[in-house]
Design a protein around this ligand. Structure first.
Ligand SMILES: [Zn+2]
Length: 223
């Protein structure tokens, strides 16, 4: 009998953008997924070794450089499949090598996921299942992963502690981003802790109380 939670993880901030790459594993099987392998493959591999877990797949929230820059390299090195994002992000993934050059990040290569994800899909990590939520607005094919038993979500650049994702990129849409947050994330519950793409963790309830962009009171004033 174990008292450890079924899903465990560590955050590895990677790239000059300090993106919250997450190594997440099933405690029962010690099988792991890397969520948003943006860069620094060596540190990701070292974290897996330190935790004694085996990476079985790569999950991708969206196609931006700092989230997906090392996905092709890591998948090739480990021989594991890539799942996500939603296919509307293909154009971002196709441009990832050029973006890497602009920011001085070498080795960023485009890829085609083994599995595109859609609203309502599920992904597994070992014996654990996470639900997939399509949350466009920051990028058109952005997805979020939710593990209901742990009340934990990986939201990429949709929502941050005290802020929301940028929507001024090509095919970004600020109104759609707000709809994704209130229509897809809030229904998961106030008690859900989320790992954002950058910065500290928070809960949906906390953001509904005091996030200057999407708190309930802020949105009510806008209506
Ligand atoms: Zn992004």
């Amino acid at each position: 009998m174990t008292t450890l939670p079924p899903l465990r993880g560590v955050i590895i901030p990677v790239t000059p953008f300090q993106q919250n790459c997450s190594l997440v594993w099933c405690n029962e099987t010690k099988r792991a997924a890397v969520v948003d392998a943006g860069g620094e493959v060596d540190r990701i591999l070292a974290a897996a070794e330190a935790q004694g877990v085996v990476i079985e797949k790569l999950l991708v929230t969206h196609g931006h450089l700092d989230h997906a820059g090392a996905v092709a390299d890591l998948a090739g090195e480990l021989g594991v499949p890539i799942e996500g994002p939603q296919r509307e992000d293909q154009f971002w993934i196709d441009g990832i090598a050029e973006a890497g050059l602009r920011y001085g990040m070498s080795g960023c290569r485009p890829f085609t996921p083994d599995r595109w994800l859609e609203e309502g899909d599920g992904v597994t990590i070992g014996a654990q299942s996470l639900s997939v939520h399509h949350c466009p607005g920051h990028t058109p094919g952005h997805v979020v992963f939710h593990h209901a038993p742990s009340q934990l979500a990986f939201v990429g650049d949709v929502l941050f502690r005290g802020s929301v994702g940028r929507s001024d990129f090509p095919r970004g849409d600020g109104a759609e981003l707000i709809r994704s947050i209130t229509g897809k994330l809030w229904p998961l519950g106030d008690d859900v802790t989320f790992v954002p793409g950058h910065g500290p963790l928070s809960t949906f309830g906390q953001e509904r109380r005091d996030n200057p962009f999407v708190a309930d009171a802020v949105l009510a004033r806008r209506r």
